[in-house]
Ligand binder design. Structure first.
Ligand code: GTP
Ligand code: MG
Length: 248
């Protein structure tokens, strides 16, 4: 009988794979830890607000960690090396938190309170509420670094936080879905209609906030800073409601 030897696997290669797997587990655990740190901070602020002002600013939160495919895609687009170390150095949105608030004021209050905490470093702010994107997208984006305490070191880990109202989230979710469905082929007039929907929902946000204040007053809270653009819209709503009440 022929004595056939099974080829031995290349253990050095397998060892490399195991090590890579372990590295990714550690990487992922780090970002997961950062998400939980920020989540706890936001939960505490939300609860304190409830106790102090009888109002919860946060409606709900969503969390996600970027997939390996998505990280590789973004590094490739940015023309950066494709490795975990490069992802750690070049990507700020591996850990993502979306905070959905009731009112516009809540967004700025939460952002101010979170970023003034001693262990939080603000890396980037993009205020798409004061300056909506051309398509109508609105949200406040922050990138913060938060310390994650490990057994042998403390790592500062970036987390992207998107803070928006229920109305902004409603618009963004549908717009995302529609864009995904239509691909690149967007028929004439659609972007303009979507932008108009965003304006309408921004008006709703201002009106609902105004109603909240009419019922509750400011309850010891100063109104949070409104951007000039929102201030202009608020004035327009005020003028038109004044006009319609004069006509009655
Ligand atoms: P990304 O490469 O997409 O991460 O963009 P960026 O690094 O320039 O960051 P930016 O702050 O502009 O946007 C980051 C995230 O905000 C996106 O991944 C989306 O979740 C959200 N976002 C930004 N613009 C839009 C938009 O026009 N529509 C929707 N639905 N979401 C958006
Ligand atoms: Mg992103």
């Amino acid at each position: 009988m022929e004595n056939r030897q099974l080829p031995l696997p290349d253990f050095s290669k397998l060892d490399r794979q195991f090590r890579t797997l372990q590295e990714y587990r550690e990487f992922s655990q780090l970002y997961n830890g950062a998400i939980r740190e920020v989540q706890t901070k936001l939960d505490i602020l939300d609860e304190e607000f409830k106790v102090r002002y009888e109002h919860n600013p946060i409606h709900h939160m969503e969390f996600r960690q970027k997939t390996i495919e998505s990280m590789m895609g973004k590094l490739y687009k940015k023309e950066k090396p494709i490795s975990l170390q490069s992802a750690r150095e070049n990507l700020y949105d591996i850990a993502g938190i979306r905070v959905i608030c009731f009112y516009i004021d809540d967004i700025y209050r939460l952002a101010n309170m979170l970023t003034s905490q001693g262990d939080i470093t603000l890396v980037r702010t993009r205020d798409y509420i004061a300056h909506p994107k051309k398509n109508g997208y609105r949200s406040l984006h922050l990138v913060v670094k938060v310390p994650v305490f490990l057994s042998r070191s403390t790592e500062l880990v970036p987390v992207e936080i998107q803070i928006r109202t229920i109305a902004m989230d409603f618009w963004a979710s549908l717009e995302h879905q529609l864009r995904y469905k239509s691909g690149e082929d967007v028929s004439a007039g659609i972007p303009e209609r979507l932008a108009r929907c965003a304006e309408t929902s921004a008006m709703l946000d201002l009106e609902m906030q105004d109603i909240y204040h009419a019922i509750n007053g400011f309850g010891g809270l100063e109104p949070a800073a409104l951007s000039p653009q929102l201030m202009k819209m608020a004035n327009e709503i005020y003028e038109s409601s004044k006009k319609s009440s004069e006509e009655e």
